[in-house]
Structures are given as structure tokens and as C-alpha cells.
Design a protein around this ligand. Structure first.
Ligand code: DAK
Length: 259
């Protein structure tokens, strides 16, 4: 597939990088862009070389939300009948390798929701997160009212969702929405460092770890614990577990085979 609204490349033969590329529209997430994004994510997920994926925007905007120009034309029957953009937004949730959002500038509406669908968010100091849909006469539609409270709690979410106010990078770090804040010119290097670290581990344990943490957001604690225990036990059937522990005991670097 030829991409028009995103760019892709591979770093160090191990890290897939996707750059949202509609700079004039602040990376507004149109349907064609989301289809391309889904395609690129799947391609990197299926590529055995790739250990982790970075998703980034421009310096000014990670993404300023779904495309308001396109949405302004729709009425209820259009969006309900077509299950508006749902399928194009779900692909990222099916990706089994870690996806790191490197967020600079605006991450608003669907842009904030897209970042929250990633596994790790690393922000630059100028990053701004928000769910301003209320100003458009709608509400968040891709998880803003569900994932944001799980990250920052009800009080802060209600404030942002009901007033449309934004959260800056340092508050996002303090509140646990992002895991690291770095200077803008260090953002990609920081995300790449994290992605290369992840890529150095066994893909089996990396995928199991991602799956298990995500389970914490579904169901009860005891169900989550049970799930984690089963995955933990299953990793003892892998060569990589033997290799990782043998390497530690023999004070050498492990060579994982993803077996
Ligand atoms: N859509 C389309 N165009 C956008 C845009 C957007 N979301 N955001 C910005 N642009 C365009 C502007 O119209 C402008 O275009 P021109 O006038 O140059 O042609 C250009 O980008 C530059 O923007 P500004 O001139 O406004 O730049 P400023 O620096 O003054 O302001 C801003 C930056 C980010 C504060 C401002 O652009 C802004 O407030 N943008 C809109 C933010 C917003 O409301 N976002 C939420 C959209 S609703 C769903 C999935 C997702 C969603 C819903 C359902 N399902 C799976 C069901 C998501 C919904 C949304 O995201």
C-alpha cells in the first residue's frame, strides 16, 4: 500500500516508526489516514524483525483530533448506520507488539485517545493533552471518557471533558498519563531508546507482558491475577526463559531466539 498521510521507516532493523503526516491540518485523523495507520501497524506487527513500534506526529501536533471538516457533514443516521470510523480506530488495539507514542504539541480529542491506545506515552515539554469535543457539541468517541479516568482519575477527567481544558506535559507526567517528559529535541531519541530496549528482549515475554498489563483494565483483580499467573507459568516452556536465566547466572548477555 502506498501511503499518502503517513510516513514509515525502520530504525536499526528493529523498530518500526510511523509518522502522521498531515502537518497543515495538524495531523487531523481522517478516515484515509486511519486506514493507512492501521495497515502500517499491522505490517510492522507481522514483521518478525520488528520488536517495537513508535508512533509520532510533528513538533506542533501529535494529532489535533478526528477530522472536523469531514465530521461536520454527517448526521445521526450517517454515523449510526456506518458505525462511523469505528473499524478504522480499532486496529491499534489488536497490535501485539508494544506501541510507543512520542507526543509533541497537541494531542487533542481523537489524538489524545490515539495516544492513550498506545502502550507507553513519552511526551516532549510542549505536549498538550485534551478532550475538547464538548466545544463541538459532541463528546469523546474513541475512549476519552473511559481511558482518561483510568489514567488520571475522575476529577481531572471530568474537568477536561466538561470544560475542554488541556493538560500540559508536566501535569500529565505527575498524573500518570505519560511515563516520561523530555526536551523536544530529545523526544525521538528517548522513544527510540525505549523501543530498542524492548526489542532486545524475548518477543514472547514482551507480548505476554503487554497482554497481561492490558488485562488489568478489564474485569476483576482476581481474574487479572489468574491471567497473569497462567502467562507467567507458560513462559517456562520457552527456550528464551532458559536462555535469560542461564545468561544471568553465567554473567553474560542473553541471546533470545523468540522461541
Ligand atoms: N480537524 C480538521 N482540521 C483541523 C483540526 C481537526 N481536528 N485541527 C486543526 N485543524 C486545521 C485548522 O482548521 C487549520 O486549518 P486551515 O484554517 O489552516 O485550513 C489548521 O489545522 C491549523 O489549525 P489552527 O489554525 O486552528 O491552529 P492553532 O495553532 O490556532 O490552534 C488547535 C491549534 C489544535 C488548538 C486548534 O486547531 C483546534 O482547536 N483544533 C481542533 C481540536 C479539536 O476540537 N479536536 C477534537 C476533534 S473531535 C471515534 C473516533 C474518534 C473521534 C470520535 C469518534 N470513533 C471511533 C467512533 C474523535 C473526535 C475528535 O477528535
Amino acid at each position: 500500500m502506498n501511503y499518502e498521510f503517513i510516513l514509515t521507516h525502520i530504525e536499526a532493523d528493529k523498530v518500526g516508526v510511523i509518522t502522521l503526516n498531515r502537518p497543515k491540518q495538524l495531523n487531523a485523523l481522517s478516515t484515509p489516514l486511519m486506514i493507512e495507520l492501521g495497515h502500517a501497524l499491522k505490517a510492522f506487527d507481522e514483521d518478525d524483525q520488528i520488536g517495537a513500534i513508535i508512533l509520532q506526529g510533528s513538533e506542533k501536533a501529535f494529532a489535533a483530533g478526528a477530522d472536523i471538516q469531514a465530521m461536520s457533514q454527517y448526521n445521526f443516521s450517517d454515523v449510526y448506520k456506518a458505525n462511523f470510523i469505528t473499524r478504522d480506530w480499532e486496529t491499534i488495539n489488536t497490535i501485539r507488539k508494544p506501541v510507543i507514542a512520542a507526543v509533541s504539541g497537541f494531542a487533542l480529542g481523537g489524538g489524545c485517545e490515539l495516544a492513550m491506545m498506545c502502550d507507553i506515552i513519552i511526551a516532549s515539554e510542549n505536549a498538550k493533552f485534551g478532550q475538547p469535543e464538548i466545544k463541538l457539541g459532541i463528546i469523546p468517541g474513541a475512549g476519552g471518557t473511559q481511558r482518561l479516568p483510568r489514567a488520571v482519575g475522575k476529577a481531572r477527567t471530568m474537568d477536561m471533558v466538561l470544560t475542554g481544558s488541556m493538560m500540559n506535559a508536566h501535569e500529565a507526567l505527575q498524573q500518570g498519563l505519560v511515563s516520561r517528559v523530555v526536551a523536544q529535541d530529545q523526544l525521538f531519541a528517548e522513544a527510540l531508546g525505549a523501543a530498542l530496549t524492548i526489542s532486545s528482549f524475548s518477543k514472547l515475554s514482551v507480548m505476554a507482558a503487554k497482554e497481561s498489563v492490558n488485562k488489568a483494565f478489564e474485569g476483576t483483580l482476581s481474574e487479572g491475577m489468574h491471567f497473569e499467573r497462567r502467562l507467567f507459568h507458560s513462559l517456562f516452556s520457552t527456550e528464551d526463559q532458559k536462555e535469560g536465566m542461564d545468561a544471568f547466572l553465567n554473567k553474560r548477555a542473553p541471546t533470545f531466539k523468540n522461541q
